[in-house]
Design a protein around this ligand. Structure first.
Ligand code: C2O
Ligand code: CU
Ligand code: CU
Length: 477
């Protein structure tokens, strides 16, 4: 399912570089033009379970699961018209993109929902290059869970040199024996525990087939976890992945600590893989996040051709940094959010049921979670006072404390967070992330400059947790 236009693209750049031909004029000319796209959300079907299995009824962007990969250029104005062909309201959220608040796609907060048959025109200029994604922010658990998600790749003007640029977008499905989506999204059990973890993981919309590779080639692999609730911890048997970006933001190239790539829902990791296996060899890519439930996600299958090159490519791996505003920690304003609720030992719910906020009784069994004692349920809406308000330009030092017994990938809209410390210890290599994973009882400190006015969501990206109260809003004025 990988469409390798990028192969030719990168090769062309390589050749240009080799010939000393500057492509800059070409890029600048194109950069000023408006890039126009269209997307339609509608009912469809997909061969999730493989070529010989029955089709699955899904909801899809442009009829494909995942939706089309949007490849756009950093700094080039973009207009995307989203049409709603579903029979319920939707919106599209551009996850991780720093954009004007009115383009953020949160119904009732930043825009009116897109009614069936109507459309909405999103316009923004992506300031950061990297791997991002898009998904609905209305009826999120159901719409994302039925397949509405796609990758949004913002290309650097000067990318690193690789032979191929590949994408693996992971989705997780709870399928019945006849390969249809199991009913009952949002059961109280899922909501209060680990969320709707499924039984089939797809890569680019199908149960994984082999990933064909060539000995000696260098691949940039963009990993996107678009699952509702499933965390993954990937190992590339016989290979040494180098992490070059997390959540779209470049980092110092490094190998993962214990050899595993941890991706919680909504997180992205870009890696560079030098294919050092022998021609004809096969190497499993496994996921062992859940104890005792390890499985092979896919296999790197080498073709039999002799290696592309004798030694790994000798080209730098560091990506150009994005123009993020640097926090001024000395003058920072401190804010704290505390994550509460969920199932505790002995099958008891931590008490948030009677708390104030916007819990909708009956929905997901009511609120199972809260932030600072407030449960905001659903997809985010107006009507709840912001958790805190920041003056534009202020550096915010945000502490997130997880008092629950569960994992939570906490996601902030409109900003990227510089992760400073975990459980009191400074993080050695500070990283920008829009989705920060908190293990049970973790405390994480981060910072960002509140340079973008508006009301912004801050929520757990396990969709069941979000719907059941693990969500809040803050304001920048
Ligand atoms: Cu990717 Cu509010 O979400
Ligand atoms: Cu987001
Ligand atoms: Cu959560």
């Amino acid at each position: 399912m990988d469409i390798d236009f990028s192969y030719f693209f990168t090769r062309r750049r390589l050749l240009q570089a080799a010939a000393g031909v500057a492509s800059t004029t070409l890029l600048t000319a194109r950069a000023s033009e408006l890039d126009e796209r269209e997307l339609k959300a509608a009912h469809g079907r997909a061969g999730l379970a493989g070529p010989d299995a029955p089709w699955t009824t899904v909801w899809a962007y442009d009829g494909t699961v995942p939706g089309p990969t949007l490849r756009v250029q950093q700094g080039r104005p973009l207009r995307i018209t989203v049409e709603n062909g579903l029979d319920e309201d939707t919106t599209t959220h551009w996850h991780g993109i720093r954009l004007p608040n009115a383009m953020d796609g949160v119904p009732g907060l930043t825009q009116k929902p897109i009614k069936p048959g109507e459309n909405f025109v999103y316009e923004f200029t992506p300031p950061d290059a990297g791997t991002f994604w898009y998904h609905p922010h209305a009826d999120s658990l159901v719409q994302l869970g039925r397949g509405l998600a796609g990758a949004l790749i913002v290309e650097e003007a000067e990318p690193i040199v690789v032979d191929r640029d590949l994408l693996w977008l992971l989705q997780d499905w709870r399928l019945t024996d006849d390969k249809q989506l199991a009913p009952r999204f949002g059961s109280a059990m899922d909501a209060a525990m680990s969320g709707r973890v499924g039984n089939v993981v797809t890569v680019n919309g199908t149960v994984p087939v082999d990933q064909l590779v060539k000995a000696g080639e260098r691949v940039r692999l963009r990993l996107v976890n678009a699952c509702l609730a499933r965390m993954v911890a990937l190992r590339f048997e016989g290979h040494r992945p180098v992490i070059v970006a997390i959540d779209g933001q470049p980092c110092d190239p490094h190998e993962p600590e214990d050899g595993r790539l941890m991706l919680a829902p909504a997180m992205r990791i870009d890696i560079v893989l030098d294919m050092q296996g022998d021609p004809g060899s096969r190497h499993a890519v496994t996921d062992d996040f859940y104890d005792g439930l390890a499985y092979t996600l896919t296999t790197l299958a080498y073709d039999s051709a002799s290696p592309l090159r004798a030694h790994p490519l000798d080209a730098p791996l560091g990506l150009p940094r994005n123009p993020l505003p640097q926090p001024d920690l000395a003058s920072a304003e401190r804010q704290e959010i505390v994550l509460q609720g969920g199932m505790m030992g002995g099958g008891k719910l931590a008490g948030v049921g009677g708390m104030m906020g916007m819990a909708t009784p009956g929905m997901n069994g009511g609120a199972a979670w809260a932030i600072n004692g407030m449960s905001m349920t659903g997809d985010g809406h107006a009507g709840m006072a912001p958790q805190f308000t920041l003056k534009r330009g202020t550096t915010c030092h945000l502490t997130m404390r997880n008092e629950t017994a569960w994992w939570h990938p906490m996601h902030v809209h409109g900003f990227s967070l510089l992760v400073l410390a975990r459980n009191g210890s400074p993080v050695p290599n500070r990283q920008w992330q829009d989705t920060v994973l908190l293990a049970p009882k973790d405390t994480i400190e981060c910072a960002f400059v509140a340079d973008n006015p508006g009301d912004w969501m801050l929520h757990c990206h396990v969709a069941d947790h979000q719907m059941a109260g693990l969500m809040t809003v803050f304001r920048v004025t």
